[in-house]
Design a protein around this ligand. Structure first.
Ligand code: ANZ
Ligand code: ZN
Length: 858
């Protein structure tokens, strides 16, 4: 398409600032009250506002969720698209310490900056519902839910070996330990025995796991949740310690079928029985080993790369199925927090046991072998055989298939009364207390007479006192301990002197229920307004990254189930549908991070190209869920596309005045309407059969585009939706070049087609489309116009049958798309085997009559 000099160039910045102001003034993104329309709740993960601000990586989340929200508004839904700040917690506090500011000030400032940036990229949040989890009006309800959990026996205090980050001076939940390191500072986490608050998420393990089968979530996130919950079916049985009357320990195994192959047993170094059964001369060695294990991260302990070492206790255990006695070792590959913290070791069938046996010269007895391979003679194995097979060396079970023996041995253990089948979950209870300042205080008072007493509801919130100096104390206790006025209080039960709990809740508490608050953030009499929650929840679409797969997403599901069991919610899964965007790496292929100086901010890009171009670029560069590298050069493609749209839609101006006016007059009077005149090929008012055919083709192209864009958005395939819009823009350009709408007889098809283009593009590029809509005389706002419908029969790909002649004789008929080019038609005709039988070598001539015939002369 030739550029029209008459059209004023597209100036994104002026357009974008202008319309952003109009939208804000008109309250365009305010959530509609219940008005009979179906609701659509589109939610982004709760962001923690960081000082670095948003990068274009974050925009890969916020732009698609904005497209979805805008699309649903045009589809006639009442849309709730809110935003708020996960302001409490370790990330915010650590950053504030680094910068020497108070987290209250920094999170307020950073949140304002996030909001500015989100508006800059045209995100259509309902800012009236903005929430901040560090507001007392919010966290009083976080505390309220804690008390509800406490009342229901789901919050408890216990002394347990817990994850401790020396650098962050706090305990961490298991979910916050990544490969043995702290999720915030990435330093190794150690184990410490501390009295902590736990939430009994394990009580919901079974449901949390089962429900993953009904969630419309990305498969890899479901797999991570399932793996984390970690269900194992097995048998727990008791083993007596020889020579220690009354001493026994239980082991958990998923392979009771291998019990006759047990050649030793292993206790975790932390196992309570270790001290009691260790022979006196071995005590020192065993204690030293335990000390070393304590400093080893869990991931190292489990690593298959590691040398399996351990120490002999000097004691023996009795295998209950055959009465054999086996040596008891202490080794760190057995973890204290899983199963019973003790195992029966079967080196022939468990690789870790095999490695251990090899290193310590222990016996290997094979009890299962593949049918075709007889049991190896002792000591000849090179690796554990972990599969099924035929039983051997197993007394009455010899010759059985191992899965049958599994059941038989489990039955026998249960009948004899020393064992039972159990289901074991890998997930542990959620450690919620933190020895840090920046969080919601745990609403508990400790009384020497009454114990841990919940703060009465009417006394909530337990305010987090302002502390200019809030740094960790260095002794593992919360800085709130420094405030005698906070600590000393009276017992709500007996009125006697008491101490307040000084631990705060980990930040994941706040994000476990925020999605309920958005339904009515002004509600004063409870954490959420039951009526509004009934209307808006559950969330229809949740959008966010995979990094929260086993933290936030698991916790929020847990709290939802507890609230449902308390009769407060009508659903048990908060996010039935989740979509997860791929990661956007910096152009150096690494994660964008301030320390690497490779962060691209939306501000910088918007400054250069405008927000709509950034949006299109982000959506078009890769499928939504693919990881991708930021490519600044590719952005010119998006820029050219929008410039083309601009020209195509303004070229005729046929919606404005002048459409029905005398062409001579309108040229002078309305510059907009004059724009198409220089290219006009058709005589005014003339309508030839070719023109009609062109119109029909355009109509079909438009219907096809509506279908593709609609389906693209619904399937989160924004790039293919955009490809369809680019195609339509080109079609329109070609149409305009070939044939101008006849002045005086307005080309209604053209008007309609360009109007549809603007509406279809509106969710993707909200500013330019608003401007084009207005310039063409459309009423504010294009975002409130209905989404175009398509006619499936018109959207269907048109096909035609071409007759293929060779030297004037019909040899073949081929069915091709109606829009096929002449080159493509002749290529297809010449590719046909039937045709090739008559065409040897280069044909002399190929003539194509579009829609009818390919004539080949040889
Ligand atoms: C004997 C055995 C023989 C085992 C065999 C496996 C294969 P999952 O599937 O993850 O639940 N185990 C039990 N408690 C453990 C602990 N605290 N620390 C480390 N390992 C522990 O794993 C269950 C298996 O892991 C159990 O079954 C046990 O080893 C080991 F051919 O018992 B098995
Ligand atoms: Zn840390």
């Amino acid at each position: 398409m030739k550029p029209s000099e008459q059209i004023e160039p597209y100036k994104p910045h002026a357009v974008e600032t202008y319309w952003q102001r109009c939208w804000a003034e008109a309250g365009l993104h305010r959530t509609p009250e219940g008005d009979g329309r179906p609701k659509f709740y589109c939610l982004d993960f709760f962001p923690y506002p960081s000082g670095a601000g948003l990068s274009v990586g974050h925009c890969r989340n916020y732009v698609p969720s904005d497209v979805i929200s805008r699309y649903h508004r045009m589809k006639g839904y009442a849309v709730l698209h809110p935003m708020g700040w996960d302001a409490f917690g370790l990330p915010a506090e650590n950053e504030a310490i680094d910068k020497g500011v108070h987290p209250r000030d920094s999170t307020t400032r950073y949140a304002a900056n996030y909001r500015r940036q989100m508006s800059l990229i045209g995100a259509s949040y309902d800012w009236e519902r903005e929430i901040n989890s560090s507001d007392p009006g919010y966290y009083r309800w976080t505390q309220w839910i804690f008390l509800l959990l406490h009342r229901r026996g789901l919050a408890y205090q216990a002394l347990a070996p817990v994850n401790w980050c020396e650098h962050c001076q706090t305990t961490l939940a298991n979910e916050e330990v990544e490969y043995g390191t702290c999720w915030r500072c990435h330093r190794p986490v150690v184990r410490r025995d501390l009295r902590q608050w736990f939430l009994r998420i394990t009580a919901y393990a079974e449901e949390l796991l089962a429900e993953t089968g009904h969630l419309d979530w990305p498969e890899h996130i479901l797999a991570m949740q399932r793996g984390w919950i970690g269900r194992s079916e097995g048998v727990e049985f008791e083993m007596a310690v020889a020579g220690h009357p009354g001493a026994s320990f239980r082991v958990f195994t998923t392979r009771p079928d291998t019990v006759y192959g047990m050649t030793f047993a292993v206790l975790a170094p932390e196992h309570p029985l270790v001290g009691g059964i260790t022979a006196p001369e071995r005590q020192a060695e065993v204690a030293a080993y335990g000390e070393r294990a304590r400093c080893t991260t869990e991931i190292e302990r489990l690593s298959t790369e590691r040398v399996r070492d351990g120490v002999f206790t000097g004691a023996h255990a009795i295998n209950p199925v055959n009465g054999q006695s086996v040596p008891i070792f202490v080794a760190d590959y057995v973890l204290p927090g899983y199963g019973t913290g003790a195992i029966m070791a079967v080196p022939a069938h468990d690789q870790r046991d095999f490695q251990f046996a090899h290193r310590n010269g222990l016996e290997v007895v094979q009890v299962i072998h593949p049918p075709s391979v007889p049991p190896a003679s002792r000591g000849e194995e090179t690796a554990a055989y972990e599969g099924e097979g035929v039983m051997a060396n197993s007394g009455p079970f010899d010759g059985q298939w191992s899965t049958q023996a599994w059941q038989g041995i489990a039955d026998r253990m249960e009948q004899a009364g020393y064992g039972r089948r159990i289901v074991q979950y890998r997930m542990r209870d959620w450690l919620i207390s933190r020895q840090r300042y920046w969080g919601a205080p745990i609403p508990i008072v400790h009384c020497s007479r009454c114990g841990a007493v919940p703060v009465p509801e009417e006394q909530l919130p337990v305010l987090l006192p302002h502390m200019p100096d809030y740094q960790p104390r260095g002794d593992g206790r919360s800085p709130l301990e420094n405030l005698p006025d906070f600590v000393s209080t009276s017992c709500p039960a007996c009125g006697g002197p008491a101490r307040r709990e000084t631990d705060t809740m980990g930040g994941f508490a706040c994000s476990s229920w925020y999605f309920l608050r958005f339904a009515d953030p002004w509600y004063k009499t409870g954490p959420f307004n039951p009526e509004e929650v009934r209307h808006w929840l559950p969330v229809d679409l949740y959008v966010g990254g995979a990094e929260h797969a086993v933290m936030h997403l698991l916790y929020a599901r847990f709290w939802t189930k507890v609230l449902a069991d308390a009769g407060l919610l009508h659903f048990r899964e908060p996010f039935p549908r989740l979509r997860s965007q791929g990661i956007l790496h910096a152009s150096d292929g690494r994660r964008m991070s301030k320390s690497r100086r490779n962060v691209v901010t939306p501000d910088a890009v918007v400054e250069r190209t405008g927000a709509d171009v950034l949006r299109i670029h982000l959506l078009f560069m890769a499928p939504f869920d693919h990881d991708v590298v930021w490519d600044e050069e590719g952005i010119v493609g998006a820029q050219r596309f929008l410039e083309r749209v601009w020209r195509v839609c303004l070229e005729t101006g046929s919606w404005g005045p002048g459409v029905d006016e005398d062409p001579e007059q309108s040229e002078a009077a309305t510059p907009k309407a004059a724009a198409w005149l220089p290219h006009s090929k058709a005589a005014p008012g003339l309508s030839t059969p070719e023109m009609q055919a062109g119109e029909e083709a355009l109509q079909r192209a438009v219907h096809r585009t509506i279908q593709r864009v609609t389906e693209g958005i619904e399937a989160y395939k924004f790039n293919t939706a955009l490809a369809a819009l680019m195609g339509l823009t080109n079609t329109l350009g070609a149409y305009a070049d070939q044939r101008r709408p006849g002045p005086g007889s307005a080309d209604r098809t053209w008007e309609w087609a360009t109007g549809v283009l603007i509406r279809l593009l509106a969710p993707f590029a909200p500013h330019i489309t608003e401007e084009l809509w207005a310039r063409r005389g459309g009423a504010f706002s294009v975002h409130q116009k209905p989404w175009p419908d398509f006619d499936p029969s018109l959207a269907a790909e048109q096909v035609v049958t071409l007759v293929v002649q060779v030297n004037g004789r019909v040899r073949e008929r081929i069915t091709v798309p109606a829009t096929i080019t002449d080159e493509e038609a002749s290529r297809l005709a010449l590719a046909s085997e039937r045709v090739l039988a008559y065409v040897k070598g280069q044909p002399k001539k190929v003539i194509v009559v579009p829609g009818r015939l390919v004539s080949i002369v040889v």
